[in-house]
Design a binder for this molecule. Structure first.
Ligand SMILES: CC(C)=CCC/C(C)=C/CC/C(C)=C/CC/C(C)=C/COP(=O)(O)OP(=O)(O)O
Ligand SMILES: O=P(O)(O)OC[C@@H](O)CO
Ligand SMILES: [Mg+2]
Length: 250
């Protein structure tokens, strides 16, 4: 909880200095061995990852989330909850990525989950990071299916711009373009570029399907401020390290 209340400022000041940031996504459902997990954390932190996102699409025991956050506390990086439902509200985290899935067909994912979670978030005292979450691409990913998204086609960046601007005008501090965890193709750089040009200083997060450093670099060069990787950390940690190192050299 050491970073509570400082997370937005840490991100903002990095972005304002022109740095590119990397967040590592950890899905509590996938962690079986805490020792192995801690070793992986050490590697991504040493490589320079800027925060650990903790969450997934499915319901989890809050104890499991809290256990993971506790391990993250041993390293010098903030823990940010990234829950797919209100069950993931760990008391010991620094902040919560308060995502509204703007292109969901179900109001629950736009504002419903948020209403049920808000009083508890206040009670816990989590720092809230208001985020317009936009699902892009044609893959049937967990977030798309569970979140009842109507994903934006890759060849319609203008619609991405419209959603992202609406998020900015609603006062959201972050726009997150999401291809979905494990997506075969990440959000294309030309899509990222159009959205970033439109939202200007609003912080742009891009994730889903980023598996190699050259793609990650193309996406940051197109204007992403923050890259999120999850699957590559679970499956090929050495490639994850290469991605983080490449982004941090920018
Ligand atoms: C504000 C609160 C309390 C909740 C938000 C509720 C919303 C809007 C959810 C959006 C839809 C959703 C299911 C988001 C999950 C995002 C996420 C962390 C995805 C990671 O996906 P994985 O669970 O790793 O998928 P795989 O297992 O397929 O890799
Ligand atoms: O697992 P990957 O494909 O890296 O996706 C990360 C994240 O954007 C999913 O929410
Ligand atoms: Mg995943």
């Amino acid at each position: 909880m050491r970073f509570r209340g400082k997370v937005y400022e840490m991100i903002r000041s990095g972005v304002d200095k022109g740095l590119k940031l990397h967040f590592t996504l950890v899905d509590p459902e996938k962690i079986e061995n805490l020792k192995e997990f801690s070793n992986a954390l050490r590697k991504v932190v040493d490589a320079g990852t800027d925060a650990i996102l903790v969450g997934g699409s499915l319901q989890v025991y809050v104890d499991d989330v809290e256990r993971i956050v506790k391990l993250v506390e041993e390293f010098n990086v903030p823990s940010i909850l990234f829950p797919g439902n209100p069950m993931g509200l760990a008391r010991n985290a620094d902040a919560i990525l308060f995502i509204s899935l703007l292109n969901s067909d179900d109001p629950y994912y736009i504002v419903g989950a948020h209403v049920t979670a808000a009083p508890l978030i206040k009670r816990i005292g989590l720092e809230v990071l208001p985020t317009g979450y936009i699902v892009v691409g044609n893959a049937n990913t967990s977030v798309s299916v569970i979140g009842k998204a109507r994903p934006l086609p890759y060849d319609k960046p203008g619609i991405g711009v419209a959603y992202a601007l609406a998020a900015k005008f609603l006062g959201m501090k972050f726009v997150y373009l999401e291809a979905g965890s494990g997506a075969p193709q990440p959000v294309p750089p030309y899509f990222v570029e159009k959205v970033k040009k439109a939202i200007d200083d609003t912080i742009l997060i891009v994730g889903g399907g980023i598996r190699d450093y050259s793609k990650a670099l193309e996406i940051v060069n197109a204007g992403a401020d923050i890259i999120v990787t999850g699957t590559v950390v679970e499956e090929k940690i050495d490639d994850a390290i290469k991605i983080i190192s490449a982004i941090k050299k920018k």
